[in-house]
Design a protein around this ligand. Structure first.
Ligand code: HPA
Ligand code: ZN
Length: 326
C-alpha cells in the first residue's frame, strides 16, 4: 500500500516514543560497523526476523542488546534525526522522545554525549523539518531508584536540555513508589513528569504513579479499564493516556488489534492519544498505527482528528504553542 502524503494526514504530536525503539536494523548494522561492535545477528533481515515477542521482557532483552551499537554523540544525533524524518513524513509536528540514559551510561557512554547527540538531532530536525522536539529522561524501574536519583543530579549539574522525566522498563515486579524522591526533585526543578503504568500491570499502578510520583501523564494505562474508580478519576482529571495499540498487540498485552480497549477508552471519555512506543521493533510508526486502528475500528475522520488534537493537548509544550497546533 502506498503511504498517504503528509498533507492528507492530520498533524499530530507523538508523546510515547522511546528513542532506542526507533533503531531500524539497517541503521543498527551501520552503527555496529562504524563503532566496531559485534551484533549477534548475521544481517539486518536476521535481526528483524528476531522481532517476535511474547511479552514486554522478551522485547526489552533484545532492545537493550541492540542499543549497544549506540556509542557516540553522532550516533544519537543520527538516530534522532532518522526518527524525526520518518515521523515528519507521517504527519508528526511535535515529538517527545524518551531516552534510556541509564542503559547507555552503564555501558560507559558519557551522559553528556548522549544528551548532546539527542539535542543536536532535535535541533537539526526542527531546522530542517519544522518538527519540534523535547527530550524526556526515562528512569528504568528495573534498576535501583537511587541510580535514577543520581542520574537526575547529573542531568541537573550538566544543565541538560531535558523537559521531563519518565518511568519505563519492566512494570511487573518493580514498584514505582521508590522513584518518588527522584520525581519530586524533578518537579522542584520545573521538569514535567510522565510514567508507564497498567501496560502489563494492574489498574492500581496508575494510581501509584499519579499519587506517589505526581505523574501528569500516563503511558499506556490500558488496564485502568479493569477498575471503575481508576477510570472515573482519569476521566475527571482528564489525565492524558498515551496509548500504543500496535505495541500492545506485539507484546501480547492485548490478543489482537480488534480486541484492543481503545474504543472502550474513548467511549468512557478518557483523554487518549495514539502513539507508536518502539516503532522499529513493532512495525509501525504513528501514521501506520493510526491507519491500523482506523481499519480495525472504522474510526471516523472526526475521531481521528480528535485523537490528533489530544496528542498536542497532552504534550509538554507551553499552552501558547499547543494553541498554535489545535
Ligand atoms: N514498556 C516499558 N518500557 C519500555 C517500553 C514499554 O512499552 N518500550 C520501551 N521501554
Ligand atoms: Zn513505552
Amino acid at each position: 500500500a502506498t503511504r498517504p502524503t503528509t498533507a492528507a494526514r492530520p498533524p499530530r504530536a507523538e508523546l510515547h516514543l522511546h528513542l532506542e525503539g526507533t533503531l531500524e536494523p539497517e541503521l543498527a548494522f551501520a552503527l555496529a560497523a562504524r563503532n566496531r561492535v559485534d551484533l549477534p545477528f548475521a544481517d539486518p533481515a536476521t535481526l528483524r526476523a528476531a522481532y517476535a515477542f511474547s511479552d514486554l521482557q522478551s522485547f526489552l532483552d533484545l532492545y537493550h542488546a541492540t542499543s549497544q551499537v549506540l556509542r557516540t554523540a553522532e550516533d544519537f544525533a543520527d538516530l534522532t534525526l532518522a526518527y524525526l524524518r520518518r515521523a515528519a513524513a507521517g504527519g508528526v509536528r511535535h515529538a517527545e522522545l524518551m531516552v534510556d540514559l541509564q542503559t547507555h551510561v552503564a555501558r560507559g557512554v558519557p551522559l553528556e554525549d548522549v544528551v548532546a547527540g539527542v539535542a543536536r538531532g532535535l535541533a537539526v530536525g526542527e531546522a530542517e523539518l519544522g518538527v519540534s522536539g523535547l527530550m524526556i529522561a526515562a528512569f528504568l524501574r528495573h534498576r535501583p531508584a537511587a541510580e535514577a536519583d543520581g542520574l537526575l543530579d547529573d542531568l541537573l549539574a550538566l544543565g541538560a536540555p531535558v523537559a521531563g522525566v519518565g518511568l519505563a522498563s519492566t512494570e511487573v515486579g518493580f514498584a514505582a513508589a521508590p522513584f518518588a524522591p527522584a520525581f519530586a526533585k524533578a518537579a522542584a526543578h520545573g521538569l514535567r513528569r510522565t510514567a508507564h503504568a497498567a501496560e502489563e500491570g494492574p489498574a492500581w499502578h496508575v494510581t501509584e504513579v499519579l499519587d506517589a510520583l505526581g505523574a501528569e501523564r500516563v503511558d499506556h494505562g490500558i488496564r485502568a479499564l479493569e477498575d471503575a474508580e481508576v477510570v472515573a478519576r482519569l476521566v475527571r482529571e482528564q489525565v492524558p493516556l498515551t496509548v500504543c495499540p500496535v505495541s500492545n498487540v506485539r507484546l501480547g498485552a492485548v490478543a489482537s488489534l480488534g480486541e484492543h480497549p481503545l474504543p472502550a477508552m474513548l467511549a468512557a471519555g478518557l483523554n487518549v492519544s495514539l502513539n507508536s512506543d518502539d516503532p522499529s521493533y513493532f512495525g509501525g510508526y504513528v501514521d501506520e498505527v493510526d491507519d491500523a486502528v482506523t481499519a480495525a475500528f472504522g474510526l471516523t475522520r472526526d475521531q481521528r482528528a480528535d485523537l490528533a488534537a489530544a496528542s498536542f493537548r497532552g504534550s509538554f509544550l507551553p499552552a501558547e504553542q499547543v494553541a498554535r497546533h489545535v
